[in-house]
Design a protein around this ligand. Structure first.
Ligand SMILES: O=C(O)CCC(=O)C(=O)O
Ligand SMILES: [Fe+2]
Length: 315
């Protein structure tokens, strides 16, 4: 499965595209179970009951890092989640969006919002619009959205309906932003290098649209795309995404998040590296298959560094 020409045109024009049925339903259902285990330490429906019975103080107010039942940063250690990055069709679509086969991992994590207690949104609908670019990059936006922007994506692990806090995105804002930024900065309406104080001030932008989609869909969006979180209208809903950000390798010195290399993170990355595919190892920075690094000597050494790794492809 690849993006059609129309989908790719839409991605460049709008700064985002939603691809339905990118993952099959059994894979997505298993991933959702795994997210719920990591986030709540139990199924969502049980966590709702706990909330009903014991009140807001009985549930967590954030799902970052270590959550109630597991780890929400990639790699989580749960194959039902970590294997989503190994899907070749998904990676092919990702590289179409980046305009390069040569991609570099920036960050991946579980994005979980629990409707009953969720506060991850601004007070008013004209507030909270921002770009995610600075999460993985220190550079301000460039007119060259391909080369210097990067791509974020979210795998929808259940249907996200209009009342289920769909992310709101502004079509085309990844291209328009650079023209309106100087004035926004001058007037004090751009804060922290990434957020608009008041959407109503930017008459050049189109109206925001909700990124609703069914389970198994994938959203790809440019890192310069202006978007915001909105509140749940249905407070009995949750919203669970598996997310991944990647940059073109020829821009990866300035677009990256190096957390998997930090000590403390390595204990999670090492077993994942051991089991994943050569393609994914290369996303994580390893020399590609066929690289001159892989000699009999180094492959033998890899065998002792990573005893469980299938090294045949490198020989
Ligand atoms: O939750 C959402 O819909 C968007 C959240 C968001 O934009 C962010 O955390 O950067
Ligand atoms: Fe964001």
């Amino acid at each position: 499965m690849a993006l059609t020409d129309e989908q790719l045109v839409a991605f460049h024009r709008d700064g985002f595209v939603i691809v339905p049925d990118a993952y099959d339903s059994a894979i997505v259902a298993a991933a959702l179970d795994a997210v719920e285990r990591a986030a709540y330490g139990m199924p969502f429906t049980d966590y709702l009951q706990k909330f009903d019975a014991e009140g807001p103080g009985s549930v967590t107010d954030g799902f970052h890092g270590e959550s109630e039942g597991g780890r929400t940063q990639f790699p989580t250690g749960d194959d039902a989640l970590d294997a989503l990055i190994e899907d070749d069709d998904y990676l092919d679509m990702f590289s179409q969006c980046l305009g390069s086969e040569d991609m570099n991992y920036s960050n991946a994590h579980l994005f979980i919002r629990f409707g009953p207690t969720d506060k991850r949104h601004a007070e008013h609908l004209w507030q909270g619009y921002h770009i995610d670019h600075n999460t993985n990059c220190f550079l301000p936006p460039s007119a060259n959205t391909y080369q210097y922007g990067y791509v974020n994506s979210a795998v929808y692990l259940h249907d996200v309906l209009p009342d289920g806090a769909p992310m709101h995105v502004i079509p085309g804002s990844h291209r328009t932003l650079i023209d309106v930024l100087p004035e926004l900065i001058r007037s004090g309406d751009w804060s922290g290098n990434s957020a608009l104080t008041d959407l109503r001030k930017v008459t050049e932008f189109q109206d925001p649209v909700p990124a609703t989609a069914s389970a198994g869909s994938v959203l790809f969006y440019n890192s310069y795309l202006v978007h915001a979180a909105v509140p749940f209208k249905n407070k009995r809903a949750q919203r669970c995404f598996w997310t991944l950000s990647m940059a073109r390798r020829d821009n990866s010195t300035w677009s990256k998040l190096a957390n998997p290399w930090q000590y403390g993170e390595r204990e999670f990355l090492t077993p994942f590296l051991e089991e994943t595919t050569p393609r994914v190892r290369t996303l994580l920075g390893w020399p590609p298959l066929g690289d001159a690094y892989y000699t009999e000597q180094t492959v033998d050494l890899l065998a002792s560094w990573f005893p469980g790794m299938d090294l045949e492809p490198y020989r």
